[in-house]
Design a protein around this ligand. Structure first.
Ligand SMILES: C[C@@]1(CC(=O)O)C2=NC(=C\c3[nH]c(c(CCC(=O)O)c3CC(=O)O)Cc3[nH]c(c(CC(=O)O)c3CCC(=O)O)/C=C3\N/C(=C\2)[C@@H](CCC(=O)O)[C@]3(C)CC(=O)O)/[C@H]1CCC(=O)O
Ligand SMILES: NC(=O)c1ccc[n+]([C@@H]2O[C@H](COP(=O)([O-])OP(=O)(O)OC[C@H]3O[C@@H](n4cnc5c(N)ncnc54)[C@H](O)[C@@H]3O)[C@@H](O)[C@H]2O)c1
Length: 336
C-alpha cells in the first residue's frame, strides 16, 4: 500500500498538478498589497481622475502630495483638511525623491515621459492612469470591506470586466466579512495562547469564519463569539462542532468551480487532503487551501486492478481521518 506524507505547511502540489498549473497563462502583473503607512506617495494632476486615486489613498496612512497647477474643489477640501499636501509649482524630478509610488493623472504626454524617466532612474513604481504601456503597476477594481479588500484585475485586458465582476460580488459577499476580520485581528493572540499548534489554529479559524459567515451575514458578529467558539472547540477534531477528520467522496459533474454544489465546494475548501482524478478541472482544485495536500489518484499505481485501487484509497483516507485530517476524494462523473 502507498503511504503519503501528512499535509505540511506548504502547497502540497504534486508534480502532475504543478505541470498542469505551468501550462496555464502567465501573468505580467504580480498581485500584492503595498505597505504605504508613513511613506510618500505623489499624485500628478488635479482633476476628476486624480481625485479618484486620492479618495482611495487618503484612507491609507500615506503621506500624499498632489502636484498640479490647479486642483478641483474636492481635492481642495482634502488640502484644507490637512489630509494631503498641494504643490502648485511645475513638476521637477526631485519631487519624487523617496516616494514609494507615483500616480500620473495629468493627461500630458510630455510630462509622462519625464516622470517615467525619473521614476525608472530611482526604481519608483509608476501608474499612468489608463495608459497601460507606461504603467509599472495597475490599479484593480476594489470591493472594499476593509480590512478585507477583494481586488479584481484582468491583467489590464478588460477593465470593464473587472468592474462588472466587482459589481456582481458586491451583492453576494456578506457584510460580516469586515467584522469577522476585525474580531480575528483582536483575538489572534488569545487564540494562539489557547491553541498551541498550527493545525488546531487553522481548524479553529476555518470553523469560526465558516460559521460566522453563515450565521451573521449581515454583519452582526461580536467579539464574544470568539470566547464561545473557543469553549466549544476540541482540537483533536472529536467535537461535533469541529469539522475534523471527515471523509467525503464526491462525484464531480461540473467542469468549473462555479457549477459545483455548495456542499462539495465547502468540503474542498476545508479539506486537508484532496485525492482527485486527473480530469478534475484546475479551478475546482484551486478551491483547496494553499496548504492542503493534493494527491492525483492517477499516481497510485494499481491501474490494472480498479477494486484494489479503490480499497487502497479508502484505507488511506481512513488512516488520515483517524489522525484528524479532513479528506475529500473527487472522481469525475461519467457522462453518456
Ligand atoms: C479597475 C479600474 C480601477 C480604477 O480605474 O481605479 C480600472 N479601470 C476601470 C474602469 C475602466 N477603465 C476604462 C474603461 C472603459 C472601457 C475600456 O476602454 O476598456 C473602464 C470601464 C468603466 O469605466 O466601466 C478605460 C481604460 N482603462 C485602461 C485603459 C487602457 C488600456 O486598456 O490599455 C483604458 C482605455 C483608455 C482609452 O481608450 O483611452 C487601463 C487600466 N484600467 C485599469 C483599472 C487598469 C487595469 C485593471 C485590470 O487589470 O483590469 C489599467 C491597465 C491601468 C490603470 O489605470 O491602473 C476601473 C473599474 C473600477 C470599478 O468600477 O470597479
Ligand atoms: N475624466 C474621465 O472620465 C477619464 C476617464 C478615464 C480616463 N481618463 C484619463 O485620466 C487622465 C486625467 O483625466 P481628468 O479627467 O482628471 O483630466 P483633467 O483635465 O480634469 O485633469 C488633468 C489635471 O492635470 C493637471 N495638469 C495638466 N498638466 C499638468 C502638469 N504638467 N503637471 C501637473 N499637473 C498637470 C491639470 O491642471 C488638471 O488638474 C487623462 O489621461 C484621461 O485621459 C479620464
Amino acid at each position: 500500500m502507498t503511504h503519503y506524507r501528512a499535509p505540511q505547511n506548504n502547497r502540497g502540489l504534486t508534480p502532475d498538478v504543478a505541470a498542469h498549473a505551468a501550462t496555464s497563462e502567465n501573468f505580467a502583473y504580480f498581485p500584492a498589497f503595498i505597505h504605504v503607512t508613513g511613506k510618500k506617495v505623489l499624485v500628478l494632476g488635479g482633476g476628476e481622475v486624480a481625485l479618484g486615486k486620492l479618495r482611495l489613498l487618503v484612507r491609507s496612512q500615506a503621506k500624499i502630495t498632489v502636484v498640479a497647477p490647479e486642483i478641483c474643489d474636492d481635492i481642495a477640501v482634502m488640502v484644507d483638511e490637512g489630509r494631503i499636501v498641494w504643490e502648485s509649482a511645475p513638476f521637477v524630478d526631485t519631487m519624487i525623491n523617496r516616494a514609494v509610488m507615483v500616480f500620473d493623472a495629468a493627461d500630458d504626454p510630455h510630462l509622462t515621459a519625464r516622470v517615467q524617466a525619473a521614476t525608472r532612474r530611482r526604481n519608483i513604481l509608476l501608474n499612468v492612469v489608463d495608459k497601460t504601456p507606461h504603467c509599472d503597476f495597475i490599479v484593480p477594481a476594489i470591493l472594499d470591506r476593509a480590512p478585507v479588500m477583494i481586488t479584481i484585475s484582468t491583467g489590464a485586458c478588460a477593465p470593464a470586466l473587472a468592474r462588472i465582476i466587482r459589481q456582481r460580488l458586491e451583492t453576494v459577499l456578506p457584510a460580516s466579512m469586515a467584522q469577522l476580520a476585525r474580531i480575528a485581528r483582536d483575538a489572534r493572540q488569545k487564540v494562539a495562547e489557547h491553541l498551541h499548534d498550527n493545525v488546531s489554529r487553522q481548524r479553529f479559524w476555518t470553523h469560526f469564519f465558516q460559521r460566522g459567515l453563515q450565521e451573521s451575514p449581515t454583519g452582526t458578529a461580536r467579539d464574544s463569539d470568539i470566547d464561545h467558539a473557543l469553549r466549544q472547540f476540541v482540537p483533536d477534531g472529536s467535537s461535533a462542532t469541529v469539522p475534523g477528520g471527515q471523509i467525503m467522496n464526491a462525484e464531480i459533474h461540473a467542469d468549473t468551480a462555479f457549477d459545483l454544489p455548495h456542499g462539495i465546494a465547502r468540503a474542498i475548501e476545508t479539506a486537508d487532503i484532496v485525492f482527485h482524478e486527473d480530469h478534475i478541472a484546475e479551478d475546482i482544485l484551486t478551491l483547496a487551501r494553499r496548504d492542503a495536500t493534493l494527491i492525483p489518484i492517477g499516481c497510485i499505481s494499481l491501474d490494472h486492478d480498479p477494486d484494489a485501487k479503490r480499497d487502497s484509497i479508502e484505507q488511506q483516507t481512513r488512516i488520515f481521518a483517524r489522525q484528524g485530517f479532513n479528506i475529500v476524494t473527487l472522481t469525475q462523473a461519467i457522462t453518456h
